[in-house]
Design a protein around this ligand. Structure first.
Ligand code: NAD
Ligand code: DAU
Length: 347
């Protein structure tokens, strides 16, 4: 198969390619990425020179460049990771989210429709549980849960999900959608909670906790997410949606405390000193209280389940960041420093 991966230089896309390119020399993987601030080609050093891997720098919003890549590589399968993905950035600057997540997905759908005869090909659309909005203290998101997005990010992802399903119903485009909970693991850009906390802990900087830290997220180790996508591509049904989660709900404040303990254990720092870095800062506007995923469909129909517990995955993640200071330095550019000032300077 020829598999085109959009956003393959980002966090989840790079983990997906690092996992699958070496494992499947019989498939050719094309990584199409615009290389925004969130991308890092250094994340793909292990696969960059493999004969079954090609990189194409293309912006999804440049339709003629996108068509040219489709015409050249003629993918059988497209895995769509590319997106603007950070909720806080969607609050300070929503335009890029509408552009990439909505217009970019529309262009991709049109490129697929142009290349593939009716009923052929497969577009796997990688989406998020944030499209469902917020849960109260109980309950789980199911595949049929009504969409109720809160942030510009989640509204743009909800729009992209609707476009993908509409292209299936109207044009018969073979599509599959997965809605996944919060990922963590190696190669995650340190704007997201877990890598931001790890880096701040290593440098003894304040640990910003929005509000009281009582918001709950369902955490999934990134390789478990990648395996879920691969199972859906190989054994899922067209037109079907699969919820993917870790059955691992954590309050933010508990994530912070677990990280303090782990960094203390792994680096020898005194735990009390690390816990003392916690700072409660003004909350995120429209902050969803709780996410929790019911993954029973993918578990029952496709036999997938996560391999890592939160504890084992978090320790692996901490060890990865401790061992990869060069990667950390490579993503902490001037742009990164500007973001930290913009988001946290006035909190
Ligand atoms: P990321 O921000 O780390 O990476 C996004 C990648 O997309 C980057 O490499 C970037 O250069 C590329 N990109 C952005 N705009 C582009 C454009 N116009 N054209 C081409 N490439 C472009 O994101 P991530 O965390 O790896 O998330 C990947 C996907 O998974 C997203 O669609 C996101 O909504 C979804 N998702 C993420 C999580 C999570 O916890 N991170 C959970 C569920 C779903
Ligand atoms: O649920 C899936 C989503 O998870 C993905 O679709 C998004 O792409 C991904 O970014 C993630 O969104 P969140 O907003 O949940 O992740 P983030 O890491 O930004 O925040 C996790 C929680 O931690 C959230 O409740 C906000 C809080 N937080 C975050 C940051 C960055 C803090 O308390 N302090 C912080 O500095």
């Amino acid at each position: 198969m020829r598999i085109l991966v959009t956003g393959g230089a980002g966090f989840i896309g790079a983990n997906f390619l690092n996992l699958l390119v070496p494992r499947h020399p019989e498939h050719h993987f094309v990584n199409l990425d615009a290389l925004t601030y969130a991308a890092n080609l250094g994340s793909l050093e292990a696969v960059a020179n493999r004969p079954n891997y090609t990189f194409e720098r293309v912006d999804l919003c440049d339709f003629s460049a996108l068509r040219a890549v489709f015409a050249q590589h003629k993918p059988d399968v497209v895995v769509h990771f590319a997106a603007e993905s950070h909720v806080d950035r969607s609050i300070t600057g929503p335009r890029a989210f509408l552009r990439t997540n909505v217009e970019g997905t529309f262009n991709l759908l049109e490129a697929c429709r142009e290349l593939w005869p009716p009923g052929q090909g497969l577009l796997h659309h990688v989406s998020t549980d944030e499209v469902f909005g917020s849960l109260g203290a109980t309950g789980l998101f199911h595949e049929e849960t009504r969409y109720d997005p809160s942030s510009p990010y989640s509204a743009s992802k909800a729009s992209s999900d609707h476009l993908v399903r509409a292209w299936h119903r109207t044009f018969g485009l073979p599509v599959r959608v997965s809605n996944c909970s919060n990922n963590y693991g190696p190669l995650q850009f340190p704007e997201k909670l877990i890598p931001l906390l790890i880096l701040n802990l290593l440098e003894r900087k304040p640990l910003p906790v929005y509000g009281q830290g009582l918001n709950v997220r369902d955490w999934l180790y990134v390789e478990d997410h990648c395996e879920a996508i691969w199972v859906i591509i190989n054994a899922g049904q067209n037109g079907r949606t699969y919820n993917v989660g870790g059955r691992s709900e954590q309050r933010n404040i508990d994530v912070v405390k677990k990280l303090c303990l782990l960094i203390a254990e792994e680096s020898g720092a005194p735990e009390a000193e690390l816990v003392g870095l916690v700072r409660h800062v003004p909350d995120r506007p429209g902050h969803d209280l709780r996410y929790a995923i019911d993954s029973s469909r993918i578990e029952a129909e496709l036999g997938w389940k996560p391999r890592e517990s939160f504890e084992s995955g978090l320790r692996k993640t901490v060890r990865w960041y401790l061992a990869n200071r060069a990667w950390i330095d490579s993503v902490r550019t001037g742009e990164y420093r500007r973001w930290i000032e913009l988001n946290y300077g006035s909190r």
